[in-house]
Design a protein around this ligand. Sequence first.
Ligand code: ADP
Ligand code: MG
Length: 206
Amino acid sequence: MPSVTLEQLRQYYDNSVDISAAIVHDIDPTMEYVRRLTPSSVYVFQVRKRKNIFVLKVAIEGIGDTKWKIQHLAKEKKTLTLAHDIPGITHLVKAYRDNGPYRNAILKEFFEGNTLRTVYSRYYGDRARFNGSRLRPQLERTVRELHARGVANLDLTPNNIAISGKEEDICLIDAGYGEFKRGMTAEQFNRYRQDDLDDVERVLRQ
Ligand SMILES: Nc1ncnc2c1ncn2[C@@H]1O[C@H](COP(=O)(O)OP(=O)(O)O)[C@@H](O)[C@H]1O
Ligand SMILES: [Mg+2]
């Protein structure tokens, strides 16, 4: 049973109380809250579990646009399950069973680095910075492998892509927007694939 009340969750949503640590503990008592990762549409926390750092994402029922959030995380869970052996994406570590207001909570690998958004703001939006670097083909490979597994429309924005401190590795850190090939026409899926490849170009060069 969750320890926090609906009233506390409402106040949390309004930023009048901070119960992040209690929420993390409710979801998994072996987990310790480190900090809140923002910006985000769902709740995203950096957590520690058995001395390792992970990312916990959770949709909380009853606050905000619940339906959308629950679906967003269900999609991310599905995509990460399909992507379990693809390099260049933060893998799923654990999916939690729904528990009271906590829906579709997932634990993912933490990628040590900075989002492209942060990097670009540091270098005055200079997207030409990575021209000719290995990062673009690396990201493109991950994207193509996801396409091959039947997921496209990946929301490849600077916020959802991170690079390591030495700028040697690139990683897709948010997989909650993908659309699945199943139940869509081949034309639609091809359009999504092409949009993703265009985004790869756009996000890493001028
Ligand atoms: N696996 C991760 N490793 C490092 N930072 C992360 C990771 N996942 C999320 N973050 C940070 O948290 C922010 C929000 O997470 P994200 O998954 O993009 O949420 P949303 O689904 O709301 O877009 C990211 O922009 C990033 O700064
Ligand atoms: Mg995101």
